[in-house]
Write a protein that binds this ligand. Structure first.
Ligand code: ACO
Length: 428
């Protein structure tokens, strides 16, 4: 017999069905709750609320598991590429050789952006943050390229989705070049997605860029690890904005805006800035840990803690290994890595962090990887956003294809004034 949950209220009982996920997760289906009882649930931050059923990404925060379409992220980081992982996320299966080739070809065909878009980049004030520019420019894509029609032909969907993944990368590099007053570098069709990005970022007419395969691998891993993470803040923003049936460009643009926050994707920039501050202050790591524990101080240890992971974030483990590998091979030392490792060791044996289950998250080591690649600090979160495109697109598509799709419209518990009369201004 199907499991149910009984809720007792006002001397009555209501029985609600239980929904079972494929990994044994259980949820109480409260869709009829208000109609049957007049009650709603209260869950600020939505830590206990499932907003959708999804077959894209599975994570288990207690055991530190992350899988895309069932495939462990560790295996993808080791053996896959970002483009192949993007295909897996969007289409649900790993591609056959020909499918991967077609997908890569489509990405290449879509990699140029309309020449007029360069004018927008040139006119942003020089101190604009790259995340703000990216969010606006993705929304602006709708003015240059058609939106998905209601007919939703497969070919049209594929072109639109690959257009976003491909052009976002071109726009990020273009924006960087223009911000430095340099000539824009166009993508080369014979290069793969990651190599092309590195070349578009760092090649210049007087100093041709040598594409280092180690950096290409590092970038693939970085983007694979960021490709999806189920219903986090920015993905929920994509789904919520998308649920009003806006264009996909506007929904993704909302995701970028949400990701920007320092408690979310902006943490990778905040981590490096924190490590640099520790370094500049003579390496007083303990004082930062003390501040993070002080309830009267709003400071938090950036790159630590996660809503879902109550153990080591599996992505952080891979990222940490990647840092060591990259830096060892380059026989360079980055003092930030030493500070990060000491900070991690001190925090992990501190009762406050142990009791609160606070472990390094993906952002803790990712900034050091990005620094080694040569990415400027203010572009770290843009790098995260490029990686998250396949995830946002898959999640948007899952909603769009769902016959039970409803506009997101949460309820509230109103705590304001009861009805009162309007008082004319001269009587107040
Ligand atoms: N440093 C110090 N204390 C922390 C930290 C931290 N980084 N993170 C959480 N805590 C403490 C809180 O003060 C709170 O303590 P209390 O219960 O004694 O009051 C407790 O842990 C729970 O914190 P919440 O804010 O309720 O946890 P929540 O799940 O809402 O937040 C978050 C998760 C936002 C990631 C939080 O851990 C944080 O701010 N971390 C730092 C920013 C960061 O690294 N963000 C990146 C997350 S990964 C990503 O989005 C890609």
């Amino acid at each position: 017999m199907a499991e149910t949950v009984k809720i007792h209220y006002e001397g009555k009982v209501v029985e609600l069905p239980v929904i079972l996920g494929s990994e044994g997760e259980k949820g109480i289906d409260i869709r009829e709750l208000r109609k049957l009882t007049g009650y709603i649930t209260f869950d600020p931050g939505l830590a206990n609320s499932g907003s959708c059923k999804s077959n894209i990404t599975f994570m288990d925060g207690e055991r530190g598991i992350l899988r895309y379409r069932g495939v462990p992220v560790e295996q993808l980081a080791e053996q896959s590429t970002f483009v192949e992982t993007a295909y897996l996320l969007i289409n649900g299966e790993l591609p056959k050789r020909e499918q991967l080739l077609n997908f890569s070809t489509l990405l290449t065909e879509q990699s140029l952006v309309h020449e007029d878009m360069q004018l927008f980049f040139q006119n942003y004030p020089p101190r604009s943050h790259p995340m703000q520019i990216l969010s606006s420019m993705v929304s602006t894509l709708r003015s240059f390229y058609p939106d998905l029609k209601t007919s939703k032909e497969d070919e049209e969907i594929n072109i639109t989705l690959t257009r976003i993944i491909s052009k976002v990368r071109t726009m990020a590099a273009m924006s960087y070049k223009i911000s430095r007053g340099h000539k824009v570098v166009y993508p080369k069709p014979e290069l793969c997605y990651c190599s092309n990005f590195l070349r578009m970022m760092f090649d210049n007419p007087v100093k041709p860029y040598f594409i280092d395969p180690d950096l290409v691998k590092a970038l693939n891993v970085f983007w694979i690890l960021h490709a999806d993470h189920e219903q986090n803040c920015s993905t929920s923003a994509v789904r919520m904005v998308g649920s009003g049936r806006v264009t996909i460009y506007a929904a993704i643009s909302a995701g970028i805006a949400a990701l920007w926050g320092p408690l979310h994707g902006g943490a990778n920039q905040a981590v490096i800035e924190m490590l640099e501050k520790i370094h500049a202050g003579g390496g007083k790591i303990k004082s930062f840990i003390d501040r993070a524990k002080d309830k009267n101080d709003p400071f938090r240890l950036m790159g630590f803690g996660h809503r879902v992971y109550k153990t080591y974030d599996p992505r952080a483990r891979i990222m940490k290994k990647m840092c060591h590998k990259l830096l060892e091979k380059r026989s360079e030392k980055d003092p930030m890595l030493d500070i990060a490792m000491e900070l991690e060791a001190l925090a992990l044996e501190d009762p406050y962090f142990v009791d609160h289950n606070l472990y390094p998250n993906v952002d803790f080591y990712s900034g050091i990887v990005l620094r080694t690649i040569g990415i400027p600090t203010n572009m770290f979160t843009v790098m995260f956003a490029i990686g998250r495109m396949p995830g946002w697109i898959s999640q948007w598509k899952e909603d769009a294809d769902d016959p039970n799709w409803r506009i997101y419209r949460p309820r509230q518990i109103y705590t304001g004034s009861r009805q009162r009369d309007y008082v004319p201004i001269n009587q107040r």
